[in-house]
Design a protein around this ligand. Sequence first.
Ligand SMILES: CC(C)(COP(=O)(O)OP(=O)(O)OC[C@H]1O[C@@H](n2cnc3c(N)ncnc32)[C@H](O)[C@@H]1OP(=O)(O)O)[C@@H](O)C(=O)NCCC(=O)NCCS
Length: 178
Amino acid sequence: MAQGKTPMNSLSVMTQIVLPNDTNNLNNLFGGQLLSWMDRCCAIAAHRHCKETVVTSTINNVAFKNPIPQGSIVTIEAKVSRAFSSSMEVIADVFLESTGPGEPRVKANEGIFTFVAVDGLGRPVKIPSISPETDLEKERYAAALRRRQLALIIAGKMDPTDATELKALFYPSASAEQ
Ligand SMILES: CC(C)(COP(=O)(O)OP(=O)(O)OC[C@H]1O[C@@H](n2cnc3c(N)ncnc32)[C@H](O)[C@@H]1OP(=O)(O)O)[C@@H](O)C(=O)NCCC(=O)NCCS
């Protein structure tokens, strides 16, 4: 199995223009449409990381922070932030293209997804590990373990007493005593 993969190896970029069919009653991008674009972009990133068939396991968090008006040009950049055994966290950053010369693009939204690599029968398969490089990638890599533990507790798949990262976050002195 190939080792030493980086988040950048998984980068998936998708650009769309917001047409009338994609909008809600306020003429802004419909959230479900953006979710669909993000899911596809993240799926490609997950596949680029592991080269296996991948399925969306969970959408951990999506923050629709800023509305995206009709006519906007939207770019989604997705990268694997952390790989576990068969699952991987993928973060999609959503940007609005600048509207004037010299203006920076604006980050509009962000979504965090979990994908699982599966075989032809839909059974989870092992995937390569990942090594973050930039400060942001390292921050997201570290936080991914906390998010995973929280998601597994909510799904009833982890006993809260086993959530080492969360205990360290909420009870730092208790974990220092261990
Ligand atoms: C995703 C799927 C393959 C997981 O199958 P499963 O029997 O739950 O498998 P497991 O319990 O062994 O979990 C597999 C991995 O997913 C992780 N996982 C499961 N539920 C999770 C959750 N709620 N949050 C985060 N990770 C989760 C597990 O921790 C495990 O990760 P690891 O191997 O890296 O340790 C299965 O639920 C499935 O096929 N779902 C449908 C997917 C689909 O069709 N998506 C499209 C949307 S319609």
